[in-house]
Design a binder for this molecule. Structure first.
Ligand code: BDR
Ligand code: CA
Length: 306
């Protein structure tokens, strides 16, 4: 059973579709990040309505723990869904805070819950601060975040999810214990090639047409970056969460988050040479079975296998 903490967000949306194509989801915790919490919550509800899923939606923290941070509206659009106008969902979000919902669900599904973190780690840090025993009840934690050799997407050195709330990333990465990391640099090596992906957007069902609309802006943006395809970071993390054996190479290392640097705030500092003596708790995926990843994406858009 999955619990997804997310800030939809165009790539979050694909990940949420993939999760629901694979099975029921215990809940969506919602964070601020790509855009503000009101938009990320409304987007999650709309997507679930589109696929007629009853997954509960739990809004969480409205911003980072300590210092304010800029959003990613430049990439995801001011509403987080590519500025596609849509009729808001009829369904409402739950009143329970995402952090409290995660704690409750981790008890109800003790030992069986996989937490997939696709957003700044604010809600997870809050949950972990309230109950440090949380990781003992969670089967796996898969995090999308960081840039493990320092090639960031938000600053020169930091990736967006960690840069948005470095203190939260520090709390989770230093206190959780073993977890799995899908970082930005891996995602850049595993893009969705434009030609194939855009064919799926035409061939698929209602999910594909909705996704074609909300991803139009980000696809145009990606083309200006001279990329060969769409970087769908959260989708890759979800693929790994759903199918762990997609990871064909990984290294387990100590990972620390820089909170003070003027040039490096939010950077993920990996102890590659294992000099620090700190526990190696991050299993960093290095390569993924690309075809397996693409199969999951196509299925989530309603494309019949060839
Ligand atoms: C991450 O940042 C967000 O913009 C995406 O949704 C993804 O979670 C990639 O750095
Ligand atoms: Ca995200």
């Amino acid at each position: 059973m999955l619990f997804i903490d997310t800030d939809p967000g165009v790539d979050d949306a694909l990940a949420i579709l993939m999760a629901h194509a694979a099975g029921p989801v215990a809940g969506l915790g919602i964070a601020a990040g790509n855009v503000g919490l009101a938009h990320t919550t409304a987007n999650a509800l709309k997507l679930l309505e589109l696929i007629d899923a009853r997954t509960p939606v739990f809004p969480g923290a409205p911003g980072p723990l300590v210092r304010p941070a800029g959003d990613a509206a430049l990439v995801h659009g001011a509403n987080g869904f590519g500025d596609t106008g849509y009729q808001p969902a009829r369904r409402r979000a739950q009143s329970e805070h995402a952090a409290l919902a995660l704690l409750r669900l981790s008890r109800e599904h003790a030992g069986a819950l996989t937490v997939v973190a696709l957003a700044p780690l604010t809600n997870l840090a809050l949950a972990l601060s309230l109950d440090p025993a949380l990781p003992q009840r969670v089967r796996r934690l898969v995090v999308m975040g960081g840039a493990v050799t320092g090639r960031g997407n938000t600053s020169a050195s930091a990736e967006f999810n960690f840069a948005f709330d470095p203190e939260a990333a520090h709390i989770v990465c230093s206190r959780w214990g073993p977890f799995e990391l899908v970082d930005w640099e891996l995602c850049q090596r595993h893009v969705l090639p434009f030609g194939r992906f855009e064919r799926w957007l035409e061939q698929g069902d209602v999910r594909a047409s909705f996704y074609a609309a909300i991803s139009r802006k980000v696809r145009a943006y990606s083309r200006t970056q001279q990329r060969e395809g769409l970087v769908a970071a959260d989708a890759l993390a979800m693929a790994v969460a759903l199918q762990p054996d997609l990871v064909t190479a990984a290294q387990t290392r100590a990972l620390a988050i820089e909170m003070d640097g003027t040039l490096t705030r939010g950077a993920s500092v990996v102890d590659w040479m294992q000099r620090s003596g700190r526990p190696a708790s991050a299993r960093i995926a290095q390569e993924v079975d690309q075809r397996g990843f693409e199969r999951q994406v196509a299925a989530a858009l309603g494309v019949e296998p060839a």
